[in-house]
Design a protein around this ligand. Structure first.
Ligand SMILES: C[S@@+](CC[C@H](N)C(=O)[O-])C[C@H]1O[C@@H](n2cnc3c(N)ncnc32)[C@H](O)[C@@H]1O
Length: 276
């Protein structure tokens, strides 16, 4: 088996490797991607820490800044949410995107399982869109509530989902209208970067993280994957999260043939850090 570890690390094309090797998924490849500990985080709370390379500074993630061409392809940078996600657009979201979102959701649920109580769990999916992440979590045995600001997205999600999923429409820049302390886990896939659009984005983020913390049980955790436009945005998100949570920022590759993705794995601290 060690020989496969060596070959995966040296092979330039992971897609080719995936095609030729029936062993790809059965090898436990050590992930040497970076991980950053938020202030006051007790390393013993993070069981997968040793799979990563600890960095003392977020800039060591070497997150690239988006160029103008890249910005044009990013819905959150193009325009108003309701203009971007029309009913037509919501219905168009295709099976390729579904594969990527499912891989990210599985990775995210893997972290969740690693951290706490056994399945099934009650999970809140923030920025659920057409429910790709919500349905994927439900297929893994969880009871899931998806929330989103956009009516067309939620309509599509609701039309496709099983009875393990429920949805409602709400703007997560405002406190989330949910009873406190009931969710085992909160997840969000490709959503957090939508909160950094306003001039007052740090305050929006802080309100958001505080609200998420309120929804969680004391033992609960929040795991989010997001696409930053530059390193400054990541630092802003991590700083806002650090006011409320402990945890880690990490980079990993949930789909073999796609690039590294950023994840925040956040836990409630024993002692409250900040109250909104
Ligand atoms: C890229 S989609 C992700 C969809 C879904 N998580 C998935 O994996 O398929 C981002 C979603 O965030 C939602 N969103 C953006 N701003 C929001 C806000 N302020 N409150 C709630 N949802 C929001 C959008 O409507 C959109 O459905």
């Amino acid at each position: 088996m060690p020989i496969f570890h060596l070959e995966v690390k040296t092979l330039r094309c992971p897609t080719l490797w995936q095609l030729i090797s029936k062993f790809y998924y059965s090898t436990s490849i050590k992930d040497t991607h970076p991980i950053y500990l938020l202030p006051e985080t007790d390393p013993t709370m993070i069981p997968f820490l040793s799979d990563f390379h600890i960095v003392p500074d977020i800039r060591e993630f070497r997150i690239p800044s988006l160029k103008s061409g890249g910005k044009k392809r990013r819905p959150e940078l193009v325009g108003d949410i309701h203009a971007v996600y029309t009913l037509q657009e919501a219905a168009r979201i295709n099976s390729h995107q579904s594969y990527i979102q499912e891989s990210i959701t599985k990775k995210l649920l893997g972290f969740l399982d690693n951290l706490k109580t056994p399945s099934p769990k009650l999970i809140l999916d923030i920025g659920c869109g057409t429910g790709l992440s919500t349905m994927s979590a439900a297929e893994n045995g969880h009871q899931v509530v998806g929330i989103d600001i956009n009516m067309p997205m939620v309509l599509v999600a609701n039309s496709k989902s099983s009875s393990s999923c429920d949805y409602f429409i709400t703007d997560c820049r405002l406190p989330i209208p949910i009873r406190h302390g009931i969710f085992d886990g909160v997840v969000s896939v490709s959503f957090l970067h939508w909160l950094t659009k306003s001039d007052d984005s740090f305050r929006t983020l802080r309100t958001f993280f505080s609200s998420v913390s309120n929804c969680l049980k004391p033992s609960g955790c929040f795991i989010a994957q997001f696409y930053p436009k530059d390193p400054e945005e990541v630092i802003q998100i991590v700083n806002a999260a650090s006011d409320i949570f402990v945890g880690v920022l990490l980079a990993c590759r949930p789909c073999v043939e796609r690039g590294l993705k950023l994840f925040l794995v956040l836990l409630k601290p024993n002692k409250k850090k900040f109250t909104n």
